[in-house]
Design a protein around this ligand. Structure first.
Ligand code: RAM
Length: 933
């Protein structure tokens, strides 16, 4: 980029349906969006123009010049998009002064609908799969767990020439890893990800052009159980196999040659299959690689396969067949496997041709995003090694094993913490064995990294190696690769650690779906956890696509009469009926996403379900106190002081009705807006009548009771100050301390702040006795704990039956670190960060800063307090404006870039309040200074 481009108004960060350059899009009318930057204060867009072209430059859609100073996106409205086609698009933005900046990106469509597919589901014939070896002493009881080998599938074929373009469209019932001519395809992990496979199965698209060549090629896959046929959740009545009993692959390779000819290679009975050296692979139990069973070269064309592999084969695979001439299926569905082609390879078993549920994935895949070097490796006398990665995370290890004889075993166990004897503590994993095993083959050195499992851990215990150096083992961090969007830092290193722990909680638990925890036999998409953490999550990362994907399963998990569930994807038998605050996530999550990303379509897609939920609760609770059909009523889960259930439930009922009314308004449904608005008003009235005394005491007199009432605006205006005072009293009386659980915790700092008690919010942040955020950190936490007292000095661990050390719910304080401590927030009535509210709450800190990559561009704040002076730097993206509160002893003395604020360009004073000046600023960078003595 040249200097002048940087100075002028320039679009950047182009997204299509909230993803950068998505490959394989099934949406017919995607949203094309951009962010803006400029080096000039007050720079603002006046108009935009989007042009979409085919790859060879043919113009398909042109918005023309659209005069809209607020727009940061355009919804494609051109002719029908063609399947499997790449489109390039350009956005040009004209600034108010006529200067034009432009940027380009692309998106590529996928199959655009299930009918385009010809592939069949193929598998290893489950009846022909070898029975596992009997488990050895101390090893997983394989028979009990019903674990089965991962299988391989392959299809050699002849390409007449190197293709000029090749795309692989692929999915699995189970987990897949694809290879082309021995090279791994793409970098997605745990693909195709977890969806409710009864409703939909996501497929992924890969550009494999560079992996193919003229002549012999091999397309190959390894398949494992994953969420489809492996263990998920904790339901002891159903040991795995939630969706099916054996994994299956469905794939199509589309080839285009320079002469214009094309070919399709689809999964069908003409593939061949064998068991793999992975004796089992399970998300909860772990993975076992038996390298004695390895057949090098299995995924290579015959002539490139390693000589020893070729020698091992009883017969060579048949001559590869040309891709074009192959029928999609050569055997009818369900036909049992027939003749083996040697070396254990059998014709693939065709398990079906149902393609109705295939949809392109809408979110970023899980990826190995980071590697952690061990902090220490300790060797015990009994030969075990204990590896400390210094960070609790979700992922797995990569170990380099040396000096093993064939059949030697290396066992890696995982745990979040150590017991008081310094040994790996795994009691809290419940039935998740989280154990990976390597059985050595002939190679002297082996690199072992499981591929179809993940664990939540900080420590790994390795048995079976005589030596293990810090360079021999690496922690591989896995999570849904949502682009990181926020940064926060301040003068208190413990608050920085708190922020980091929250961020690690997010990384560890955004693994295809938002899970409660990554370690024990649970890892479910609990709805309340997701909704309470969402505001924090949205500041840490761009989670628009991630949540859009998950919301499909939230809708899918509804009951026939409109009730949301507690977990999504739903699992039979797991607390089906949505509890207050859990089911309500189906309303709260779309609303919050709309506010953050400004994309109305999230409301469009969820509106009916939102209405259905409110109607469901209303139907069963016509007197407007929600006390029937409350599901397993978790109330303010894990709160030190419980809040009456009806108070919690009725507050959420009012909140959901209110947000549904607002959504109706946004979507232009005045009748619904009126209906739900009126209902919300009646519920609020009922709440006050039933639960609030005339002097403003809320039944139960708990922090969470007041928090819900104040945050959700349930009280008549005259009762608000009293309720806020009572909340403050309760916080003070507790230490100052908090007594909130999952539902109250995220509200406590914002509500105290909104009612003039940011000092108490700070007091809570610096409190170290439990319940507090610092207590875990001072006891070695590197992620947020499930319980305030997961470990306490006198008592030790909480009950192992429910004691996760990596649950993000109580980390929902993260929002206030950005919004309160650093002062970076969106104004309450704004959507898509059009209007910001910059209002730092310094507390006892000397500096803080935050930046956030919003849908409009970068927002940042940085403040320092030195001597009696306060300095606040603010950056507002073009197209946005901000109200800035500058702490000042004398509001009239505030200066911006050295001149009185009232005279500064782009600054308009809007008011003063005790100890602060309030101004409205345009886009650009501002440097305010004030005296705070
Ligand atoms: C626990 C989960 C989750 C919570 C539910 C009620 O088992 O870990 O965090 O939402 O219970």
């Amino acid at each position: 980029m040249t200097g002048s481009e940087h100075v002028l108004l320039t679009p950047y960060g182009l997204r299509c349906d909230h993803r950068a350059e998505p490959l394989g899009l099934d949406a017919g009318t995607p949203l094309l969006s951009w962010r803006l930057r400029s080096g000039r204060r007050g720079d603002a867009p006046a108009a935009y123009r989007v042009r979409v072209r085919t790859e060879d430059g043919v113009l398909v859609w042109d918005t023309g010049e659209v005069a809209d100073p607020e727009a940061a996106s355009a919804r494609y409205a051109g002719p029908l998009l063609r399947p499997r086609t790449r489109y390039r698009w350009q956005v040009s933005v004209t600034a108010a002064d006529g200067a034009v900046g432009a940027a380009e990106s692309w998106f590529e469509t996928g199959m655009l609908g299930p009918s385009a597919w010809t592939a069949s589901w193929i598998a290893h014939d489950p009846a022909a799969l070898d029975v596992m070896n009997a488990p050895e002493e101390g090893e997983l009881a394989l028979a009990d767990h019903g674990l089965q080998p991962a299988v391989r599938l392959r299809r050699p074929f002849e390409a007449p020439a190197a293709p000029v373009r090749a795309r692989l469209y692929v999915t699995a019932r189970g987990l897949y890893e694809m290879r082309v001519n021995g090279a791994r395809v793409g970098d997605a992990e745990l693909a195709p990800g977890w969806t409710d496979y009864r409703d939909r199965i996501d497929y992924q698209t890969y550009d494999v052009t560079d992996l193919l060549r003229a002549g012999g090629n091999v397309l190959a896959a390894t398949l494992a159980d994953g969420w489809w046929s492996g263990f998920v959740g904790f339901d002891p009545r159903r040991s795995g196999a939630h969706y099916g009993t054996f994994p299956q692959l469905l794939a199509e390779l589309h080839l285009e040659y320079a002469d214009g000819t094309t070919g399709i290679l689809a999964t069908g009975g003409d593939w061949e299959t064998a068991r793999s050296p992975i004796r089992y692979a399970d998300l909860l139990m772990g993975e076992c690689h038996d390298l004695r069973l390895e057949t090098p070269g299995w995924d290579l064309p015959a002539e490139r396969a390693r000589p020893e592999a070729t020698r091992d084969r009883e017969t060579e695979p048949e001559e590869p067949r040309p891709a074009e001439s192959q029928p999609a299926e050569s055997r009818p569905e369900g036909t049992p496997a027939g003749r083996a082609s040697g070396d254990g390879w059998l014709p693939a078993y065709v398990a079906g041709t149902d393609r109705a549920l295939l949809t392109a994935s809408v979110a970023q895949p899980v990826r190995a995003v980071q590697e952690l070097a061990p902090r220490t490796v300790t060797r015990f006398e009994d030969g075990r090694h204990l590896v400390d990665f210094g960070q609790n995370f979700a992922g797995r290890v990569r170990v380099t094993a040396r000096g093993l004889a064939p059949g030697d075993r290396v066992v890696v166990r995982h745990g979040e913490t150590l017991d008081d004897r310094g040994r790996l503590y795994t009691d809290n994993l419940r039935t998740a064995a989280a154990t990976d095993v390597l059985v050595a083959g002939a190679d002297d050195e082996t690199i072992f990294e499981p591929r179809f499992t993940y664990h939540g851990f900080r420590y790994a215990e390795v048995t079976g190696l005589t030596a293990l150096g810090t360079g021999d083992i690496t922690g591989v961090v896995l999570h849904s690769d949502t682009p990181w969007a926020g940064e926060f830092a301040c003068s208190d290193p413990e608050l920085d650690r708190l922020h980091q722990s929250i961020a690690w909680g997010q990384r560890s638990n955004f693994v295809s779906v938002p899970t409660d925890c990554p370690q024990r036999d649970e890892r479910l998409g609990w709805l309340a956890d997701a909704q309470v953490f969402l505001p924090t999550a949205c500041l840490n990362a761009d989670v628009a696509a991630f949540f859009d994907g998950w919301l499909r399963d939230v809708r899918g998990a509804r009951s026939a009469d409109g009730g949301f569930s507690n977990v999504a994807p739903r699992l039979a038998g797991v607390a089906d009926e949505g509890a207050p605050g859990w089911g309500d996530a189906g309303v709260l999550v779309p609303w919050h996403l709309y506010r953050v990303y400004g994309d109305e379509r999230v409301l469009v897609r969820n509106f009916d379900a939102m209405c259905g939920w409110v109607d469901f609760v209303h139907r069963h609770n016509p007197d407007l106190v929600w006390n029937r059909r409350v599901g397993p009523h978790f109330a303010d889960w894990l709160a030190p002081t419980p809040t009456p259930r009806d108070v919690v439930a009725t507050a959420y009922f009012a909140r959901s009705a209110d947000l549904t009314a607002r959504a109706a308004e946004v979507l232009g449904h005045p009748d619904a807006a009126e209906r739900y608005g009126t209902l919300a008003g009646h519920i609020r009235k009922t709440f006050t009548e039933r639960f609030v005394t005339p002097d403003g005491r809320i039944e139960g007199d708990t922090q969470t009771g007041y928090l819900l009432a104040l945050a959700f605006g349930l009280l008549p205006a005259e009762l608000v100050p009293g309720a806020a005072d009572r909340l403050a009293e309760l916080v003070e009386a507790a230490g100052p301390g908090l007594t909130t659980g999952f539902l109250g915790v995220g509200l406590i700092a914002p509500v105290l702040d909104a009612h003039g008690r940011a000092d108490l919010a700070h007091a809570l942040l610096t409190r170290a006795e439990p319940p507090s955020w610092l207590h875990p950190l001072r006891n070695g936490a590197t992620t947020i704990w499930e319980r305030w007292d997961g470990y306490t000095a006198g008592r030790g661990f909480q009950a192992a039956a429910m004691n996760s050390f990596n649950h993000y719910s109580l980390g929902s304080i993260g929002e206030w670190l950005y919004q309160g401590v650093a002062g970076l927030a969106q104004a309450p009535a704004s959507t898509g960060y059009r209007e910001l509210l910059i209002r730092p709450r310094p507390g006892g800190l000397t500096w803080a800063r935050a930046s956030y990559e919003s849908v409009r561009g970068t927002v940042s704040t940085a403040w320092t307090r030195e001597g009696g002076g306060f300095r606040l730097e603010v950056s507002v993206p073009p197209g946005a404006s901000a109200v800035v509160h500058i702490p000042a002893a004398d509001p009239g003395g505030v200066r911006e870039s050295g001149i009185p604020a009232a005279e500064a360009a782009g600054v308009r004073i809007v008011g003063t309040e005790p100890g602060a000046l309030r101004c409205r600023v345009t886009s650009g960078e501002f440097r305010f200074t004030a005296d705070v003595h």
